[in-house]
Design a protein around this ligand. Structure first.
Ligand code: AMP
Length: 423
């Protein structure tokens, strides 16, 4: 029996890679235009970083981490998200002395032991962006603008909804928690068993529940926006004013509380209606006490993570331009020797060419050229070699002409530069 990949973990095959490259390139160019710099982080950390940084009571820490002991008996965990690692690096390398906000981004795989389904995997990829050391509401708005510009650069903006909310500050929570408990306690019989547990631990989490049976109760729950402290309300108003000033469309969704413990004030999420249950494409928020909680300076922060698998899914089956401009077909060893050097020169100058090895019949080589989608075949047999010529055949029309071997590399480079060079 051949060995298969682990459940919930997938290969990104060559047909899909061009879309990944496009998504990653769009991220880099948009983030860097806003002044963010890339940081590359380890894929695993000490387990306690995530326990402290994400919150002991969260689903991620309780149920979803890939945690193991390494050979020296230390407990390490494959990162389930990037924020905790990025903040660990911020503290460890003394980034707080740099001009604020310190703007960093990273991209790569994350690991969560979740139930796999379409759009949800156990190894998945995120682009993660964080602005650290500044509380001004314009930072929140700019971070959100950048996220929407990323989707705009990929032509996806019209297919996505931006939801924003404020979950207040330390002064907001106790009052809202009490109001929520007052509301939910007499209705706990209408909630799912998991939500009944959440009522004890953190009633805000109930608002996050996706179980259909809980929705009617959740929909009528009191809004957190009515419990905001004056400062939190003002911050949110200013964030919204900045978004309006940039012409960014959004919906205020008071039930958007997000799954992680560390958020305060601004939270936001980008949703799609096109991917079924896995409708969140990106999410983020402000986490002003987190850096300090991890043993660092009292610097505030705000950031988001984009689920790259879901972005790639939204892009659909875009054509990938991966066909060679030409296949060089030597008919024998002498022609092969000559074409090896010509192919190498053309490739060094950026032309995508393939080379046969002189072992197949011409007819087979031409069929292969067709299957590769190449625009041209270049045929060199003993006769051509003797005349110092190659035969250049346009695959679509079948038209053929002679090209001097001397100038063949130039010719290939010229063909590759033409728009629509490969078919
Ligand atoms: P979170 O870190 O949970 O806020 O997730 C941020 C984004 O990552 C989500 O909006 C999803 O797009 C994506 N994401 C989270 N978990 C998974 C998963 N298991 N598989 C694929 N994408 C995920």
């Amino acid at each position: 029996m051949p060995i298969k990949a682990v459940r919930g973990v997938r290969d990104i095959l060559p047909a899909e890679s061009p879309r990944w490259q496009r998504v990653e390139a769009a991220g880099r160019s948009v983030f860097e235009a806003y002044g963010y710099r890339e940081i590359r982080l380890p894929l695993f950390e000490r387990t306690e970083l995530f326990a402290r940084g994400i919150g002991e009571a969260t689903d991620i820490v309780q149920k979803e981490m890939y945690t193991f002991e390494d050979r020296s008996g230390d407990s390490v965990t494959l990162r389930p998200e990037a924020t905790a690692s990025l903040l660990r690096a911020y503290i460890e390398h003394g980034f707080q002395v740099q001009p604020k906000p310190v703007r960093l981004y990273t991209m790569g795989p994350m690991f969560r032991y979740e139930r796999p389904q379409a759009g949800r995997y156990r190894q998945f990829h995120q682009a993660d962006v964080e602005a650290l050391g500044e509380t001004h509401p314009a930072v929140d708005a700019e971070v959100i603008a950048m996220l929407m510009d990323f989707f705009g650069a990929l032509g996806l903006a019209d297919r996505l909804e931006l939801h924003v909310n404020s979950i207040g500050d330390a002064g907001t929570r106790p009052a809202y928690r009490a109001r929520l408990l007052d509301y939910f306690a007499p209705r706990s019989g209408e909630l799912c068993p998991e939500c009944r547990g959440r009522l004890d631990r953190n009633p805000l989490r109930v608002l996050d529940c996706k179980t259909p049976g809980c929705q009617p109760v959740i929909e009528k729950a009191p809004s957190i926006l009515d419990s905001l402290t004056a400062e939190a309300a003002e911050h949110f108003e200013r964030v919204r004013a900045c978004l309006d000033a940039m012409g960014i469309a959004y919906t205020v969704t008071p039930r958007l509380v997000r799954g992680l413990d560390y958020y305060v004030r601004t939270t936001f999420e980008v949703l799609t209606t096109e991917l079924g249950a896995q409708n969140a494409v990106a999410g983020g928020g402000r986490y002003d006490g987190l850096i300090e909680q991890l043993g660092g300076p009292p610097d505030p922060g705000i950031g988001f993570a984009i689920g790259l698998e879901r972005v790639v899914l939204l892009l659909g089956d875009e054509a990938s331009a991966a066909a060679p401009v030409a296949v060089l077909i030597p008919l024998g060893d002498a022609a092969l020797s000559r074409l090896l050097g010509i192919a190498r020169e053309a490739r060094r100058r950026g032309a995508r060419v393939e080379l046969g090895y002189g072992t197949r019949k011409l007819q087979r080589e031409l069929e292969r050229t067709n299957r590769l989608g190449a625009g041209f075949a270049v045929i060199v047999g003993d006769d051509e070699l003797a005349r110092g010529q190659a035969l250049l055949r346009e695959m679509k029309s079948g038209a053929q002409r002679g090209v001097p071997l001397e100038g063949l590399a130039d010719e290939l480079v010229g063909l590759a530069a033409r728009p629509g060079a490969a078919r």
